[in-house]
Design a protein around this ligand. Structure first.
Ligand code: FNR
Length: 184
């Protein structure tokens, strides 16, 4: 059955390595899957007063409504100072409130971390996984998706040139689709 998967990328950079890898990875989902790019760069910063006082910014309203239309989520994150970028954490926080109305609850997720460095964004990947536990999002455990030394894997057009990496990402998306089906 058709499923819609939200793609949330934690980098706003136009030539983002993370986005490049994430988009090519998501394209390996089965044909009847629709990938929806979820914009998080224009979300107002989370402030609980705005929820409590019914002054919910339009950016939050649109984001929360859009997230209700997706069946599962791909989180693709760079690593900033061994954690996730603030823009991604802000999106997680905005989606998690008001209390009891989280848009994340029970949605299957997969985490991809990407870095030019050798540690592959491990810190960001696991900080994000820590939030997913609290958000009650079942996260794909294996394969773990750490893409390190990314500049060596991409050509000048940001296309993945390494066959082994392409196969790894394709297999991962098949496993993720099975995971989503099992939880449906
Ligand atoms: C970084 N970078 C980085 N890399 C890493 O492997 N571990 C880290 O902790 C950090 N910390 C960090 C902090 C800040 C504020 C910036 C701007 C960058 C480098 C980072 O991996 C690199 O800039 C990537 O290219 C960012 O991902 P995108 O934008 O290419 O997807």
């Amino acid at each position: 059955m058709t499923k819609t998967v939200g793609l949330i990328v934690g980098s706003l950079r136009k030539n983002s390595f993370t986005r490049a890898v994430a988009e090519q990875m998501a394209a390996f989902l089965p044909e009847d899957y629709v990938v929806k790019d979820i914009e998080i760069g224009k979300l107002d910063l989370y402030n609980q007063d705005l929820d409590d006082e019914n002054r919910v910014p339009e950016s939050w309203q649109n984001f929360r409504a859009e997230m209700k239309t997706v069946d599962a989520v791909i989180f693709a994150t760079p690593e900033y100072n061994r954690s996730v970028p603030g823009v991604l954490k802000n999106a997680i926080d905005v989606g998690s409130r008001p209390y009891g109305e989280s848009i994340w609850d029970k949605k299957p997720a997969v985490v991809l971390s990407v870095s030019p460095g050798a540690i592959s964004g491990f810190g960001a990947n696991h900080h994000l996984r820590q939030s997913l536990v609290f958000l009650n999002m079942p996260a794909l455990q294996q394969p773990e998706l750490y893409i390190g030394n990314v500049t060596e894997l991409l050509d000048d057009n940001l296309k993945i040139k390494n066959e082994g990496t392409l196969k790894f990402l394709a297999d991962a998306m098949n496993t993720f689709a099975d995971f989503i089906e099992r939880l449906s």
